[in-house]
Design a protein around this ligand. Structure first.
Ligand SMILES: NC(=O)c1ccc[n+]([C@@H]2O[C@H](COP(=O)([O-])OP(=O)(O)OC[C@H]3O[C@@H](n4cnc5c(N)ncnc54)[C@H](O)[C@@H]3O)[C@@H](O)[C@H]2O)c1
Length: 363
């Protein structure tokens, strides 16, 4: 089945369109529209996909380090200096062509240069297509923590081309599936059902299946962020699985467990927390969620991360105690109770967290 490009509008003070599907990048030249542009990408995306830039292949490029190494003040400064050297004015545009790291960095450079210029996000990983390129959050990392210096600066448009995902390494794909599973649980309905069907079916998914899933996940995130552009409250649902996930990534020295995989394990732990608290989950939901995660090849708890040696519970608990969202010494969790039924602000203490972590080691 041939897949067509689908367009999702993200509302808010500055609304923008997300074009999802095979060939979405063909719209890049039109989106730039003759403005002076700088393309930001890493060497791997350049090697694999530079020819997809079409007319923009002739535009100046800045090649930045791969992954988190791009999200530094040094790279941000270099990028801004490059914009200045090219003489980019307020009507200039930056094009982010890469994963979530390149999108976060480029979006922040666009927020800062000349007090804010336009940028176009061309996310090339599944995680960036379903999550990082939608919502307007941009950032670099500080020594004190990830994403601690950033700005809200939505792109002018997003071009999420399904064709570039064909070259994604399996660990990166799995990471995107973790965020996709999170979206499906928050959204329920068609997205959850389609993801369950796809998880049970053959791989790799065809472009039509993948495009529909990405478009539905983008629409789901768009609804949440449009209602809470600056993360004042309702966006908290998007943190499902993330309090545990950030602790897992920290305890695993960042890199050993991809972000979305940690999110999946975190969702499993949040479910375990809901069960232990005696919160009324929809009948069968706990089993259904664990089955979905496992069918996608994701862990549904700590034991399934299969890390040797296993993560140290003391380090995990200490990391959760540093969580930005803590209040009065208690950790705030987001827990799933059913499809499209997520409870935020569930406060728990250290002893409770230790019980949940201990229980999750056993399959
Ligand atoms: N702003 C937000 O709302 C938001 C949301 C979620 C995540 N993020 C950020 O996103 C980042 C993670 O993004 P990510 O998972 O996309 O990882 P990434 O950007 O680090 O990219 C991962 C790797 O995949 C490679 N790659 C990219 N596209 C490829 C392709 N098509 N084929 C082959 N290889 C390809 C890259 O070279 C890189 O080595 C984190 O920094 C996270 O903080 C931001």
């Amino acid at each position: 089945l041939a897949a067509a490009v689908q367009t999702v509008r993200v509302g808010g003070a500055r609304a923008y369109d997300v074009h999802v599907g095979p060939g979405a990048l063909e719209q890049l030249a039109r989106a730039v529209g003759g403005r002076a542009a700088l393309v930001v990408l890493d060497a791997e995306v350049e090697r694999l996909h530079a020819e997809r830039l079409g007319a923009l292949a002739a535009a100046p490029r800045s090649t930045v380090p791969r992954g988190e190494a791009a999200k530094t003040f040094a790279t941000l400064e270099e990028l801004c200096e490059r914009c200045a050297a090219l003489g980019l004015g307020r009507d200039g545009v930056l094009v982010a062509f890469g994963g979530g790291a390149v999108c976060d960095l480029t979006g922040l450079a666009a927020a800062l240069f000349a007090r804010g210029i336009d940028w176009i996000a061309c996310p090339t990983t599944l995680l960036a297509q379903v999550d990082a390129s939608v919502g307007g959050k941009t950032a670099v990392n500080l020594r004190a923590g990830k994403n601690l210096a950033g700005a809200f600066h939505p792109p002018g448009c997003v071009l999420a081309d399904a064709e570039v995902l064909a070259t994604l390494p399996s660990a990166e794909r799995l990471s995107g599936l973790g965020e996709l599973a999170k979206s499906a649980l928050i959204e329920g309905g068609e997205l959850l059902e389609r993801l369950e069907q796809a998880a049970a079916g053959p791989r790799p998914w065809d472009e039509a299946t993948e495009t529909r899933l990405v478009a539905l996940a983008v629409a789901a995130k768009a609804r949440v962020v449009a209602a809470d552009e600056r993360e004042a409250g309702p966006r908290e649902v998007l943190n499902l699985g993330h309090t545990f996930a950030h602790a897992i990534e920290h305890a695993a020295d960042y890199g050993r467990v991809p972000h979305g995989v940690a999110v999946a394990a975190g969702i499993g732990l949040a479910l375990a927390a809901a069960e232990r608290l005696g919160l009324a989950c929809k009948p069968g939901f706990v089993e259904r969620t664990r089955a979905l995660l496992r069918a996608l090849g994701l862990p549904a708890g700590l034991g399934e991360l299969d890390l040797v040696p296993p993560l140290d519970p003391d380090v995990l608990v200490a990391a959760m105690q540093r969580d930005k969202k803590r209040r009065a010494g208690r950790t705030r969790l987001v827990v799933p109770l059913g499809p499209a039924d997520v409870r935020c602000g569930v406060e728990v203490d250290e002893a409770f967290l230790r019980e949940v972590l201990a229980g999750s080691r056993i399959r």
